[in-house]
Unconditional design. Structure first.
Length: 190
């Protein structure tokens, strides 16, 4: 029986290497070395590097979702729920710089494009963010824009400020995070 810890170590090693060097700078042999396993061991858990990348993203996406929904104010108005999600996202990314770098690599790649396309147009359940925007559109409290545009206008700037924080261009403290998230909401509200 293979220990599940090895799978976790492989995913962690892949995330670290991709965050540090990009997809092409993270060959399977280097992932295996970083994880402390033989190169062939990876293929006992993952069919291919593509499978490993997608699984690494799925694991991280689950962790981010857990952070976003912690203390989620489900009964509050849409604006308050948006502010909660935006704040939690920024807090997660500034507390987890490696995970942030991995997600940037992922979403600026064909993997991310395929993932977003499936989330937007596929048969999978909509994300909490898409559901929130759909509710806001139904209530006519935000501008009637397509979901990709709403995401770009709200979460795009939040990702940018996280990057600027990582580059030490700004320091995101609690007050600045709250102001920034509120400004993103203000950009799409009616």
């Amino acid at each position: 029986m293979i220990k599940p810890e090895k799978r976790d170590e492989i995913i962690r090693a892949a995330m670290e290497l991709i965050a540090e060097h990009g997809f092409h700078g993270a060959p399977m042999a280097l992932v295996a070395e970083r994880a402390g396993v033989a190169a062939g061991t990876i293929y006992r858990y993952f069919e291919s590097k593509d499978d490993l990348i997608r699984e690494t993203h799925a694991r991280l996406e689950g962790q981010i979702l857990a952070a976003l929904t912690e203390d989620y104010p489900a009964t509050q108005p849409v604006r308050e729920r948006f502010l909660h999600i935006g704040r939690k996202l920024v807090e997660y990314f500034i507390a987890s710089p490696m995970e942030f770098r991995f997600m940037e690599q992922f979403f600026n790649s064909p993997y991310g494009a395929a993932h977003r396309r499936e989330k937007l147009f596929g048969n999978k359940e909509k994300s909490i963010i898409f559901k929130l925007f759909e509710e806001a559109l139904e209530q006519q409290i935000i501008k009637p824009l397509p979901l990709p545009v709403l995401c770009a206008l709200t979460f795009g700037p939040l990702v940018d400020v996280c990057r600027d924080h990582a580059l030490e261009f700004i320091v995101l403290d609690e007050a600045l995070i709250a102001q920034t998230v509120a400004a993103c909401w203000d950009g799409v509200k009616l």
